[in-house]
Design a protein around this ligand. Sequence first.
Ligand code: ZN
Ligand code: ZN
Length: 126
Amino acid sequence: MQMLNEINNVVIAPHFNLSEFACPCCRRIMLHPLLLEKLEKLRKIIERPIHITSGYRCPKYNHQVGGILNSYHCIGLAADIKVKDINLIELLGRAEEIDFAGIGYYEKKNFLHLDVRPTKRTRWRE
Ligand SMILES: [Zn+2]
Ligand SMILES: [Zn+2]
């Protein structure tokens, strides 16, 4: 059915569509509004498109990609992002300005993990 291709095709912020955050295997989705709000803020200050490489993950998909058990991706609190034409260190600095609760810096794979976990601020790098 043609209209199934439209599932999650909903504009949810000036620069984001719900489908960008959906699980790639089943298109299920959970998304916390605070995560979206902070990503939109980041988008505005960097003035470049943010590519969501991983948003919501169902438990099966999270396992497939080697995500940790109870990953914040599985409850709609996390997104991994890539941005073209910006140094990853600079992107990290901008993400710090927005004060995401969790920030993972993945130097080799060239992406940031950002989350809005309710517990204390956490930073790590790989
Ligand atoms: Zn899935
Ligand atoms: Zn992540």
